[in-house]
Design a protein around this ligand. Structure first.
Ligand code: PLP
Length: 367
């Protein structure tokens, strides 16, 4: 009898975490490495949010278990947020707080998937979506998109992927981090008939610079939220109390820093897109949101790196780039679209500029 469960054999470790760990280890060994793997803002959590957390600790509000699905104050703040920003009505009984958006997604999949149930995921996707589906016993169904459609799923692509076993479609959204007057809409808001069949997931990690605090939330049908809370009650219990109080301040407090950060992210996006498009063999489309670019490295495949290694894949490209120039990026294959790589530009502009210069040099030196 195998010691590890069959389910574990179905999944892979997170490629983004693997690259981040590798960059950290090389740095610790004294190498000059620029890490562009992790998707987290380089800005610190705003002071008012930190102060709210410190106050919660001092007031004795952070010492005890809270309700499994979150403190009423945070559920109320989430309800106000959904109304204010997404025009969506979710009562507190339709809301659950979890340990990051990641736990919300995972609980929803565990609560709803039977063996063989399918989940449609437009690719390139966030690396965790298919693995979470597999862990929950379901089958991921990628809909591969291309650079030509701006990596957007087409109605035809979606239609072809739907079967009687389709249970979910996962649409990704970075609602606050959009550029060029792009207007954000949430699926349940776009089509009211979807409201009863949609789980709207969000978190404070990216927009509020709170990745380490681990607070996410979901709004959806009461029976789904109840099932997710039951899973949480038998696994992790409530998300950390102090982080919940910090999240209340994040959602209810001043929001002006988001626009300031957006301006910086937009300038960094433009810098990356422009510099990468000047690298030989690289083609970099301009994304409308988030803090990633997803350039194609097709033009470098078949060329030879300074180590003498012939580049046969995006994995070879990122390995040789790290070796030659100390720039850590993530290969595209784990995101579902190969011969590409992902750069997170949520890092200091000077480091980003240096990294893009090194990528240009690396590509220029390929023979
Ligand atoms: C698309 C997407 N969803 C969810 C998450 C996880 O967010 P959280 O920190 O809320 O768990 C990430 C983090 O990288 C992400 O990129």
């Amino acid at each position: 009898m195998a010691f590890l469960a069959d389910q574990i054999m179905r999944i892979k470790p997170s490629a983004t975490i693997a690259v981040t760990d590798k960059a950290r280890a090389l740095k610790a060994a004294g190498r000059d490495v620029i890490g562009l793997g992790a998707g987290e803002p380089d800005f610190d959590t705003p002071e008012n949010i930190k102060e709210a957390a410190i106050k919660a600790i001092r007031d004795g509000k952070a010492s005890k278990y809270t309700a499994v699905d979150g403190i009423p104050e945070l559920k109320a703040a989430v309800s106000r947020k959904f109304k204010r920003e997404n025009k969506l009505d979710y009562k507190p009984s339709q809301i659950i707080i979890g340990t990051g958006g990641k736990q919300i997604l995972y609980n929803a999949l565990v609560a709803t998937l039977n063996p063989g149930d399918e989940v449609i995921i437009p690719a390139p996707y966030w690396v965790s979506y298919p693995e979470m589906v597999l862990l929950a016993g379901g089958e991921p169904v990628p809909v591969v998109t291309s650079m030509e459609t701006g990596y957007k799923m087409t109605p035809n692509g979606l239609e072809r992927a739907i079967t009687p076993r389709t249970k979910w479609i996962i649409f990704n959204m970075y609602e606050h981090l959009v550029y060029d007057d792009f207007e954000f809409y949430s699926p349940a808001q776009l089509e009211p008939r979807l409201y009863e069949r949609t789980l709207t997931v969000n978190g404070v990690s990216k927009a509020y610079c709170m990745t380490g605090w681990r607070i996410g939330y979901g709004g959806g049908p009461e029976n789904l939220i109840k099932a997710m809370a039951m899973i949480q009650s038998q696994s992790t219990s409530n998300p950390t109390a102090v982080a919940q109080w910090a999240a209340v301040e994040a959602l209810d407090g001043p929001q002006d820093f988001i626009a300031k950060h957006n301006k910086i992210f937009k300038d960094r996006r433009d810098l990356c897109v422009s510099m990468l498009n000047q690298a030989r063999g690289i083609q970099c489309p301009k994304p409308e949101g988030a803090f990633y670019v997803y350039p194609s490295c097709t033009g470098t495949i078949g060329k030879t790196a300074p180590t003498g290694k012939k580049l046969a894949s995006d994995e070879d490209f990122v390995t040789e780039l790290l070796e030659a120039e100390g720039v850590a990026v993530v290969q595209g294959t784990p995101f579902g679209v190969g011969q590409a790589f992902r750069i997170s530009y949520a890092t200091a502009t000077s480091a980003l500029e240096e990294a893009c210069t090194r990528i240009q040099r690396f590509c220029g030196n390929l023979r």
